[in-house]
Design a protein around this ligand. Structure first.
Ligand SMILES: [Fe+2]
Length: 385
């Protein structure tokens, strides 16, 4: 089965402790290149021979628009992409532009435009399109990508607290989408396209006109959509408001910023490997899995634990009626069966791989309380109680 793998590495917030204007905001410092999550990530990927097709950064390479931190972050991503054998794709975050007007005469947008390799995409024509139209659009490996700049107005005053898309940008994008269809589509932006304030994440920073963006993606016959964004530093997978086929929203965790204390267990540094099933689309629509890893100073990068952020593995694309699925699983137990391994159930019900983490928890609850079947995560098996 053909698959395309993306590594999402967002919100680096590389700090520059030599810049006394701003506080250090992450575990990565341009003055200490041989320590921290990005340095560890290179070792981790290399040692585990982890590869992917695309390395995706949804913004905030640097912190507070410090030019050296942005350049350092982009170079780190280029190095990580090289280790993975991946093309690097990105979009601008609010910290990559002078959103807070800290630098009177500096050309912060020019820092991004002057990065080498070119940011946010290598090809000159796409680079021109991104900076002229606030997005670029292209097809690679059977997937249509849209890199969207939700920070296009951030160097104007009073626009720093949120993302915004103009009507013109959305109209242009809609016309481009209409010109050619593609089954599987990935849109990368920095801000959440819809409100995401639960768990003390704060409100009001979503993209103004983001509902219109989702409406366009959901209502057009442009194929299925995965929207990947950063900014919140809060890893979460959900479906957007809209139809039963609405775009899938992946809010990426931050790879290396200091976690926000208010988030509790969700305040952790995470990266995500997203695997998209390319040739299964006609059968099941857009399906995929997400493997998440988390970092701490003591252990470095490890598969994520169950609590907080995204779990070590989850999926998306299968939106079942939980009670129906639970009944089918219960029926799969024979009279004499006490245990059924998860792998056996996945053979019978392959779509179990593509359940999002919330549905997965509800499934476990329903199986236990309605059917008397408990799931033992460590042993990866179901057991009649
Ligand atoms: Fe950020």
């Amino acid at each position: 089965m053909a698959e395309i793998k993306l590594l999402i590495c967002s919100d680096l917030h590389v700090s520059n402790s030599a810049n006394e204007t701003v506080e250090v905001a992450s575990f990565v410092d341009v003055l200490k290149p041989n320590e921290g999550p990005l340095h560890d990530l290179k070792d981790f990927l290399y040692q585990n021979n982890l590869t992917c097709d695309f390395l995706v950064c949804p913004g905030d390479l640097g912190d507070a628009a410090d030019p050296d931190s942005i350049r350092f972050g982009w170079k780190e991503l280029a190095d990580i992409g090289g280790i993975c054998g991946a093309s690097v794709l990105a979009t601008a975050g609010n910290h990559d532009l002078d959103s807070e007007r800290l630098y009177d005469k500096a050309d912060c947008k020019g820092v991004l435009q002057g990065l080498s390799p070119q940011f946010p995409v290598l090809e000159q024509s796409l680079w021109d399109q991104y900076w002229a139209r606030h997005y670029c659009i292209f097809k690679r490996s059977g997937i249509r990508f849209v890199l969207l700049n939700s920070c296009g107005f951030h160097e104007s005053s009073g626009e720093s607290a949120y993302g915004r898309l103009s009507d013109k940008t959305l109209n242009d994008l809609k016309n481009d989408l209409l010109s050619e269809s593609c089954d599987i589509n990935v849109l990368v932006c920095h801000h959440p396209p819809q409100g995401q304030s639960e768990g003390k994440q704060g409100d009001g920073d979503y993209i103004k006109n983001g509902d219109e963006l989702i409406h366009i993606l959901d209502h057009g016959n442009y194929g299925d959509w995965l929207v990947i964004y950063g900014h919140k530093h809060f890893a979460k997978l959900q479906y957007s408001r809209g139809s039963a086929n609405s775009p899938i929203l992946l809010s990426s965790g931050s790879a290396s910023a200091y976690p926000f204390g208010d988030y509790g267990k969700d305040g952790k540094n995470q990266i995500h490997f997203v695997t998209l099933l390319v040739d299964d689309f006609n059968e099941n629509g857009l399906l995929g899995t997400i493997e998440s890893y988390e970092w701490d100073k003591v252990n470095g990068w490890l598969p994520s634990v169950a609590e907080g952020g995204l779990p070590d593995i989850c999926g998306f694309g299968h939106r079942p009626q939980i009670r129906v699925l639970c009944r089918q699983i219960a029926d799969a137990f024979g009279e004499s069966d006490v245990f059924l391994n998860l792998s056996v159930l996945i053979e019978k019900f392959p779509m179990l791989r593509y359940l999002d983490p919330i549905v997965r928890k509800k499934l476990e609850y329903n199986l236990r309380h309605v059917h008397g079947i408990a799931y033992h995560g460590a042993k990866q098996r179901f057991r009649k109680i």
